[in-house]
Design a protein around this ligand. Sequence first.
Ligand SMILES: C[S@@+](CC[C@H](N)C(=O)[O-])C[C@H]1O[C@@H](n2cnc3c(N)ncnc32)[C@H](O)[C@@H]1O
Length: 246
Amino acid sequence: MKKHNGNKAADTKGWFGHWSNVYDRTLGSISFHRGLLDLVVRNARVKNGDKILDLGCGTGLLSLKCLQKARCAVMGADYSKEMLGILKDKIKKLKLSDRISLCLMDAASLKFKDRTFDKVVSSVALHHLTDKLPALKRIRRVLKPGGLFIIGEVDMDATGKHTDTKRLKRMLRVLEQEWIPALKDAGVEAFSTMFDNGKKHILNQGEYGLSLKQWARLCRKAGFVRVLVKRVPRHKVFGIVVAKKP
Ligand SMILES: C[S@@+](CC[C@H](N)C(=O)[O-])C[C@H]1O[C@@H](n2cnc3c(N)ncnc32)[C@H](O)[C@@H]1O
């Protein structure tokens, strides 16, 4: 029997590589995901001239929404070259190469200079970081003073051991809010992908999701101020944390 040992980052990276080809028609086609991205962009108050970092940009759905909103510049960072490959093709097709750059990078070790970005945005990516507090401190470091960090996540406390049935029940209550819209909005393939995705998150204890309240608490600990939680209308298990660098 396969041993679940708290999945190493390499396993997750490979999993995202496999997912990349169907990402836009699975998670990327479900209503709550679009609602989440819209909420992130609205609260980032994207404006002309902004320099924005999209952490865990994947196929670029959030980056492209930022670029549509205003004449800003985006840096898309992700550790999956397959995901970035899909975004690269989109950038070429949309002739956006003067406004977006891509960086193959682990979000755990930000290689940017201090005070580089006006905004750092991220959606459904950072729960994969094992050491979240140091990562949030690095995000604060690369923001300019007064800069905003907006993280979009599922409100799911997945801390604890995968053998804990209370944790399992807690997660299943949230996961059904992903699975049902997946089937309804995007069909059987999306449901199947999201079902596998849920199982991976249940069995994974090294990379774990947090509730939005837990994310907000960590942001304050990392030195952010004016930390707020907001929820996606009609899909309340998804939401954002908005945080400001003093
Ligand atoms: C579910 S996808 C979300 C993509 C995009 N943000 C969106 O909302 O459509 C998660 C993305 O985060 C990336 N990711 C996960 N952990 C990461 C890490 N430690 N460093 C960089 N990228 C990471 C994955 O490769 C994947 O592209």
